[in-house]
Write a protein that binds this ligand. Structure first.
Ligand SMILES: Cc1cc2nc3c(=O)[nH]c(=O)nc-3n(C[C@H](O)[C@H](O)[C@H](O)COP(=O)(O)OP(=O)(O)OC[C@H]3O[C@@H](n4cnc5c(N)ncnc54)[C@H](O)[C@@H]3O)c2cc1C
Length: 374
């Protein structure tokens, strides 16, 4: 079977390795001219750590990240409101959650592929259903036919408009600024993600490398159709938060701060059409309120690979339907959990973030997270 994956993001790369590990040949086509060499941090839940353990073959990658065992929510003054263990007792989760530099994960995944597996400068522009094949026209004029095409081309996906043009990302009303900086403070701990809530906004921070004191922070707020804030604007908005957090943002170089509006999808609609199927942010871009977007994409990539190697009735459609059945509803439910948690943090009346309000949402999250591919 000739398989094309559109997009060399983390999901496209991981999916290519999974397919190859299952004995299926594939090529990744990326619009960009080369590998990604910038980015900030990314939180990987234990569910995805197990997928990565399979994909990367050994445990060496565990040494490249920082384990995170708790997600703590604080109020404006820095007082602890709620502490959520990443691996609740009794669930027997056999992997830690970890924080990685995105570039590190890209490097690890790309190193598991061979030269020629990824083709850069190949933006997918048009798809055509030929019945027994799908035809791709690339931006450079090249045309190629495949038995299966996987759209892992992110939230602004071109492939999605072929599969289901009715699926359009919505503006979540939020902006996120992200930064990486060497910073230490007694307020900030080595084994946990710390969330500091403010008025319709929050600052979240994780250690990236405790040994080098590298730290990732993430600040999100409602944009209200106003211009996006620079560093000085963030310091003003978050002035009520503990001084140490402001110092952390203040010492981050402006060039190392990445800011953009957050878009998301509901996951509703068709996940495949004919020989074309969707994966990752292209189909379920979600609010990063619990940092689950990549984890969900890796879980779904694993399900897709399983469906493709496991079907015995010689019909690609039945394999893709099986993938959609296993992945779509769970993803929609997870998107809904993320929206509810987002509403609580960013859109409800001030003071609503409490242990009593967070606990039921966190329980729904853990219930869904438990039904993972491992
Ligand atoms: C602020 C923020 C913080 C986040 N934090 C976390 C976190 O801590 N943990 C977590 O799990 N998730 C997090 N996420 C979500 C996570 O980043 C995404 O879920 C994940 O990176 C999606 O990967 P992807 O490969 O599906 O898509 P992308 O990373 O968007 O990759 C898509 C690729 O396709 C390429 N492409 C696009 N169009 C075409 C085309 N027509 N032809 C060829 N190539 C094309 C692009 O160049 C790109 O390389 C966060 C998201 C945001 C916005």
């Amino acid at each position: 079977m000739r398989i094309a994956i559109i997009g060399a993001g983390l999901n496209g790369l991981a999916c290519a390795i999974m397919l190859k590990r299952f004995g299926l040949e594939c090529t990744v086509f990326e619009r960009g001219q080369g590998p990604r060499d910038s980015g900030t941090g990314i939180y990987v839940w234990p569910q995805a750590m197990q997928v990565l353990r399979f994909v990367l073959k050994n445990r060496d990658f565990l040494g490249r990240g920082q384990p995170i065992e708790f997600l703590d929510t604080h109020d404006k003054q820095g007082r602890l409101i709620h502490s959520q263990p990443v691996r609740p007792e009794g669930l027997g989760i056999p992997a830690p959650a970890m924080m990685f530099l995105r570039t590190e994960l890209f490097r690890l995944l790309a190193a598991s592929l061979e030269e020629g597996d990824i083709r850069y400068g190949m933006g997918c522009e048009r798809l055509e259903d030929l019945g027994d094949q799908v035809r791709v026209t690339f931006g450079n004029g090249q045309v190629a036919d495949f038995d299966l095409l996987i759209g892992a081309d992110g939230v602004s996906s071109t492939v999605r408009s072929f599969v289901d043009p009715s699926m359009i990302p919505y503006d979540t009303g939020l902006v996120a600024s992200r930064g990486v900086v060497a910073f230490r403070s007694p307020l900030l701990h080595a084994d946990r993600c710390q969330i500091f809530t403010s008025t319709h906004s929050r600052v979240v921070t994780y250690p990236l490398n405790e040994a080098t004191s590298l730290r990732y922070w993430f600040a999100a707020y409602q944009h209200r159709n106003q211009p996006l804030l620079d560093r000085a604007g963030l310091l003003e908005l978050f002035a009520p938060l503990p001084e140490e957090l402001l110092r952390m943002i203040g010492v981050t170089e402006e060039k190392d701060i990445l800011t953009h509006k957050l878009k998301a999808l509901t996951g509703e609609g068709h996940w495949f059409r004919g020989r074309v199927v969707m994966l990752g942010d292209s189909i379920h871009a979600m609010l990063p309120t619990l940092g689950y977007g990549l984890t969900l994409g890796l879980e779904n990539g694993f399900m897709l690979a399983q469906a493709l190697v496991g079907h015995c009735d010689n019909s690609l459609e039945s394999a893709l339907r099986r993938y959609e059945l296993r992945a779509a509803q769970r993803s929609r439910d997870m998107l809904k959990v993320m929206r509810d948690m987002t509403d609580l943090y960013y859109f409800e009346r001030e003071g609503e973030v409490s242990k009593a309000r967070l606990t039921p949402i966190v329980q729904r999250f853990h219930h869904l997270a438990q039904s993972t591919v491992f």
